[in-house]
Design a protein around this ligand. Sequence first.
Ligand code: R5P
Length: 317
Amino acid sequence: MFVNDNLKIFSGKSNTALAGAVCEYLEIPLGAAKIERFADGEKVVRVEDDVRGRDCFVVQSTCRPVDEHLVELLIYLDCLRRASAVRITAVIPYFGYARQDRKDEGRVPITAKLVANLITTAGADRVLAIDLHAAQVQGFFDIPVDHLAGELVLGKYFKDKKIDKLTVISPDVGNMRIASRYAAHLGGELAIVHKKRMSGTEVRALEIIGEVEGRNILMCDDIIATAGTVCNAASLVKERGAEKIYVGATHGVLAGEALEQLEQAPIDEVVVTDTIPLAPAAKKLGSIKVLTVSAMLGEAIKRIHKNESVSSLFNDV
Ligand code: R5P
């Protein structure tokens, strides 16, 4: 075993399966804690292991129910700090609220910054996250952030598939950089869909820049929320003569009508990771596949614990 008794990993309630898989990778038991509610609904976290002077990690995705999981994470951090953990890392595989990261109209909040402040104030010394929607969200924290990419896991899966006549598509301008990395890694052409967001739940794919006729398509995104982005883009590329269409996204939020939309879209396979547990209804969708990020997270945790480079992880995988 490469770690000592000083490393402790705890889990919030959002994604206990992933936290368990991370511990399996590291060959350590999950830290003992109880999360309960008082009669009035308030939450309390009781850590049952001795954490004084220990290097502690709390795994919690701030996925649905977002506010509940966020508050639970904050309480966990406070609990560990008051129990004299020497260093606390908030491991946030999916960071909810990240998409509100700028004021693009009047009188709106910047929740990504607000949540970053809350996490720091609650007691986190570091953050370990995966695909924060926009890399600059790292700068909203005044503590170190290790930012992993789902691409490490998804890229390997699609490489192993050896898709021929491949065109990698960015379903919007924001994902262009990631799509071009996939195209370089997988050896495909690159295309982009011009998307217009009409509202939080409605998007339109307007035009494609790049060649899709007769090509197999891999569309990459960080999040599938309502699935409007990928489904609209898939319909457009299919209309323009694309053959197989694959979608790879790190976070399967799958909110609102997402499952119905994905079922009807001309998509052959949707691949997401386990940063968010898949809802039981989503498991019935034949085209969906879930890859685990547990080894990537476990490796990053090991390196943080041993004060080794995390960025070099990107060269190793
Ligand atoms: C947008 O900037 C993101 O990268 C995703 O494309 C978007 O959040 C997906 O949302 P939805 O699935 O609701 O279209």
